[in-house]
Design a protein around this ligand. Structure first.
Ligand code: ATP
Ligand code: MG
Length: 443
């Protein structure tokens, strides 16, 4: 049953003039009573198969003539070089076997007109049929890009001897503020779904020193935006003996490595998504400038934006800032009042914390949040008290500072956001197979 020949390789010219057996699904079909043209697709590409009644015989011809879109089949034939065909090759069919037929009472619902009606956006109909929509070429392309992004993150950190480390998903406390915590019943108690791996990674920092993960994080995001999911994939790293600048070097390093990996592995996909390869090349090659929060506020105020010092920057402001950017930019040194307790206060000026956000260009906005962590026990207790955060859920975290605390830091990168930005998607939903938001947990 194994499959030996992939359509992508046939289109690459690996089988010109040869007899082959192709396995796949019908993408389109048309023709007459004498000749049928079936566009067969598999995970690597498409090819037009030409079946003539007088060659394949009546039974096979009727089978292929009545097979509907998304039927699965095995087709045998000869590969013909034909410049007029899409991809430059066609298959002259000698035999055919329908493996999984489609019931004419229930044809494949994702039609060209349903896609047109969605016009790049995603209608409720397409979201309801997500399990079938995954087979469309745009979604397939996004999923391949996504796989390369995951691979690039793993290879970046592993090549630098980071250890992959897992944290629990049921937790007792917030990392990013209580308003986006998902509460779950837990044997008569309350637990929460984790918002971040960070606090549990910091516990292992004295053991492993360099660690990373790619894991889901959960946030009850009520406001629906193009950049927020309730379950997203979070690439996080933590490193001992590192300053904010050194942590930023890794954020820059991993994003540039993702861009160059996509250029290596997914050139065709990038092009089919209408992406400018030169632009992606710039993300891979150019250093990412660093700018203090105060400077960003001045720029925004200079543009007449209503923003006050001390506010966190929401998407509307990030978008304005990034319009002038050619490559991602770091914003550093946010006011302490805008950030949670674990951010380390700047020893040179205690109004600020040693942190950073990385903003992606093309109007995209934040893809990374990170910084140095408060590492002395006294300081962490003072910050919790200042914030009015109860200590109980964080006792294990405070303990880690009581035994040999050292300077360290890390960041979290939104993997779906990076896919969305580099894939040129309009909405973060486009880059994840089964998106979760406040309205939808199905299919
Ligand atoms: P935002 O202000 O955009 O909600 P955040 O400041 O809450 O982001 P962090 O807590 O710093 O984000 O999380 C680290 C990274 O995780 C972010 O830079 C972003 O790329 C990603 N991220 C955060 N929340 C979400 C979400 N709901 N959906 C997708 N990605 C997210
Ligand atoms: Mg958020």
């Amino acid at each position: 049953m194994a499959k030996d020949i992939w359509i992508g390789d046939v289109q690459n010219g690996d089988y010109d003039g040869q007899e082959v057996e192709l396995k796949g699904w019908i993408k389109r079909t048309r023709g007459s009573n004498k000749i049928r043209f079936v566009v067969l697709r598999d995970s690597t590409g498409t090819i037009q198969c030409v079946a003539k009644r007088d060659v394949v015989g009546d039974d096979a011809f009727e089978a292929i003539a009545s097979a509907l879109i998304e039927s699965s089949l095995i087709v045998r034939g000869t590969v013909n070089v034909d410049e007029r065909s899409e991809g430059g090759h066609e298959l002259v069919v000698s035999g055919i076997e329908i493996v999984g037929p489609v019931d004419p009472e229930r044809p494949f619902p994702i039609t060209e007109s349903a896609m047109k009606a969605a016009d790049g956006g995603e209608t409720e109909f397409l979201l309801d049929n997500r399990h079938l929509y995954l087979r469309t070429s745009r979604m397939t392309t996004m999923l391949k890009m996504r796989s390369s992004v995951f691979g690039a993150i793993h290879s970046y950190f592993r090549d630098l001897d980071f250890v992959e480390y897992q944290a629990p998903n049921f937790v007792a406390g917030a990392v990013e503020g209580g308003s986006t915590l998902f509460e779950v019943p837990y044997f008569g108690r309350k637990a929460y779904l984790t918002q971040s791996w960070q606090l549990y990674a910091e516990a292992a920092m004295p053991a492993l020193e360099r660690l990373y993960t790619i894991a889901p994080s959960f946030r009850a995001e009520k406001s629906r935006t193009r950049r927020h999911l309730t379950e997203f994939w979070h690439a996080e790293m933590e490193i001992a003996w590192a300053s904010n600048d050194e942590v930023m070097n890794h954020g820059e390093g991993v994003v540039r490595h993702i861009a160059s990996t996509l250029l290596d592995e997914r050139r065709e996909e990038l092009q089919s998504l209408g992406r400018d390869l030169e632009l992606i090349g710039r993300y891979a090659d150019s250093p990412f400038p660093r700018m203090r929060y105060d400077e960003a506020i001045e720029i925004l105020q200079g543009k007449g934006v209503d923003v006050e010092w001390g506010q966190d920057l929401d998407y509307s402001k990030e978008k304005i800032l990034t319009q002038d950017f050619e490559v991602p930019h770091f914003l550093t040194h946010y006011p302490k009042v805008a950030k949670p307790f674990y951010h380390r206060v700047d020893p040179e000026d205690d109004k600020y914390v040693l942190c950073h956000d990385l903003l992606a260009p093309e109007g995209y906005g934040e893809i990374i949040g990170g910084g140095e962590r408060t590492w002395s026990e006294q300081e962490i207790l003072a910050r919790l008290e200042e914030e009015g955060t109860p200590k109980e859920a964080y006792q294990f975290y405070i303990d880690t500072r009581s035994y040999g605390g050292v300077p360290h830091g890390g960041f979290g990168l939104g993997v779906d956001r990076v896919c969305s930005w580099l894939g040129g998607a309009d909405h973060i939903r486009e880059v994840i197979p089964f998106p979760r938001d406040s309205r939808r947990v199905t299919p």
